[in-house]
Design a protein around this ligand. Structure first.
Ligand code: PEP
Ligand code: MG
Length: 559
């Protein structure tokens, strides 16, 4: 048995064995000591600059290879800031006045960061670059080894207070054995990202995680939602030997002949082939905002066109559902200058941003989508996130028509894809009939729908019990949405994390869903669960499930 076992929430049903590497993006400055050895501090600063330069050059080359030359250019800008003579002189002058090097760096960069922050547009973005360079130097000066998430030693298990989606995006599943975090829930975007990378992960382990030290051997058991600290030989062996379910390549139907499409959720081009290899019939949710993370400026129309075309060509006989940009909430993109909000999940998110501050980005994206629809092999469907009103939906449809007219005027080949709406808000559930009359399909996003129906933050493990889509309130909302979609000739899918849980496949099929879309890692299990379901019996059980009063009754009904 392991020396100790911590319990949290499994994010990816996979296990990984490895060695702990702590990731801590926070920097704490040491107390400003009164007596400073000026010469020693000057040398420490010069050494830090040299090391930072070498790191930046390495990262620039790695990024050029992994992502592209354009994205790598940012590191050159950082090197320029690092070598900026005005800043350097200010740091040295401050050290000579008796400030420790770390404080001198903090002060000197602070002045320039403030100046840039006061400027407009692109210049304001430079403040972020300066912050990056300052933090790099501070990490070097305060002795904290800088953990580069993109370049971790083979077999690392990353432990952190929390990881952002862009932190997770940097992890390489070929080398990283898994991650575990103090906070976070199953549907936080870091967890979703982990699942799409098939990266073993457990989130919401609580403060006890802080007692696990760097270098300890651990097993991340994403199935049980546990972190085994100091595993024994049998536990190590079990983690090494783990294999996924057998892939089912063909489309599946229930034992009494109802076909259910089982598709994959993806966020980046690199996830397409693995999704096809795991037997996905198509893509049920392409989270396009993930293409905007981890870079310094948005992808242009051609790059977006290529990306979508790639998806359509990967599934030539399938359907690819691309969701338009869903920025906001926990998906922050520094170069878009998102407002600071008290309640970002109730703020400017999804379609709300696309219709107003990001209208130009939305237009560009729609043009790319319409062009790809004409040229790609598979069938493109486009859906809008976080729609709450008919007015928003109509404005989004109008934007599609405008993009088509614009391309037609310029004689560019394009095609208008089928359109859909995500059902993620209580309002969308109540308005599902109106939405279904205006589009071809609805797709239920249970991650947000559960959060808003239950008033339980999807990121907060303290209300994790409430953020559970098997509460009767959520199940009734799903049942109602499906009914309204079908009554108005729209098909209806589910792309929230609930769709990837084989324990509820029978319930979802019985509720009438036509499509289930999930992280590729669970596609084989759900395909098996669909084939083992008898639709007529599932329907009856689902009808009962829609009438129960408590979660435990619901669990009894669907067992
Ligand atoms: C959802 O809310 O269920 C969904 C699929 O969207 P996201 O998880 O990206 O918010
Ligand atoms: Mg959502």
């Amino acid at each position: 048995m392991a020396a100790s076992t911590l319990t949290g929430t499994g994010a990816t049903p996979r296990s990984g064995l490895g060695t702990v590497v702590w990731y801590d993006p926070e920097i704490t400055l040491p107390d400003a000591d009164e007596s400073v050895d000026v010469e020693a501090e000057r040398d420490r600063f010069a050494d830090a600059v040299d090391t930072a330069r070498a790191e930046l050059e390495r990262e620039r080359d790695a990024t050029a290879e992994r992502v592209g030359e354009d994205e790598a250019a940012i590191f050159d800008a950082h090197i320029q800031f690092l070598e900026d003579p005005t800043i350097e002189e200010a740091v040295v002058a401050s050290i000579e006045e008796g400030r420790p090097a770390a404080h001198a760096v903090d002060d000197a960069f602070g002045v320039h960061i403030e100046q840039f922050e006061g400027m407009e547009g692109r210049m304001a973005e430079r403040a972020d670059d300066l912050r990056d360079v300052r933090d790099r130097l501070l990490r070097l000066l305060t002795g904290g080894d800088r953990v580069n998430l993109a370049d971790l030693p083979e077999g690392s298990v990353v432990l952190a207070e929390r990881l952002t989606p862009s932190d997770t995006a940097q992890l390489d599943p070929e080398t990283v054995a898994g991650f575990a975090t103090v906070t976070g829930g199953r549907t936080s975007h870091a967890a979703i990202f982990a699942r799409s990378l098939a990266l073993p992960a457990v989130v919401g382990l609580g403060e006890a995680l802080n007692d696990v030290s760097e270098g300890t051997e651990v097993v991340v058991d994403g199935d049980a939602g546990e972190l085994l600290v100091g595993p024994d030989e049998a536990e190590r062996e079990a983690a090494r030997a783990e294999e996924g379910a057998d892939v089912v390549e063909e489309s599946v139907e229930t034992s009494d002949g109802r076909e259910i499409e089982v598709a994959a959720n993806v966020g980046r081009p690199a996830e397409l082939e693995p999704a096809a290899a795991r037997g996905a019939d198509g893509v049920g949710l392409y989270r396009t905002e993930f293409l905007f993370l981890d870079r310094q400026s948005p992808p242009d129309e051609d790059e977006q066109y290529e990306t979508v075309r790639d998806a359509l060509d990967t599934f030539p006989d399938g359907r690819v559902v691309v969701r338009t940009l869903d920025i906001g909430g926990d998906k922050q993109i520094p170069y878009l200058d998102l407002p600071e909000e008290e309640n970002p999940f109730l703020g400017e998110r999804g379609i709300r941003r696309s219709l107003d501050p990001d209208a130009e980005l939305f237009r560009t994206q729609l043009r790319a989508l319409l062009r790809a629809a004409a040229d790609g092999a598979g069938e493109l469907n486009v859906m809008f996130p976080l729609v709450a009103t008919v007015e928003e939906l109509e404005a989004a449809i109008e934007a599609v028509d405008d993009a088509a007219a614009d391309l037609a005027d310029r004689g560019v080949d394009h095609e208008r894809p089928s359109l859909g709406v995500m059902v993620e808000t209580p309002s969308a559930v109540f308005m599902a009939d109106e939405f279904a009359r205006r589009v071809d399909f609805l797709s239920i996003g249970t991650n947000d729908l559960t959060q808003y129906v239950m008033a339980a933050d999807r990121e907060n493990e303290r209300v994790g019990d409430l953020h559970d889509p098997t509460h009767p309130g959520v199940v009734r909302a799903i049942g109602r949405t499906v009914e309204q979609a079908h009554a108005n000739d729209a098909w209806v899918g589910m792309c929230g994390e609930m769709a990837g849980n084989p324990d509820v496949t029978e319930l979802l099929v019985g509720l009438g869903l036509d499509e289930l879309s999930m992280s590729a890692v669970t596609v084989p299990d759900v395909k098996v669960a669909v084939s083992e379901t008898e639709y007529s019996a599932a329907r009856e059980r689902a009808d009962s499930a829609r009438r129960v009063a408590t979660r435990s009754e619901l669990h009894e009904t669907i067992q």
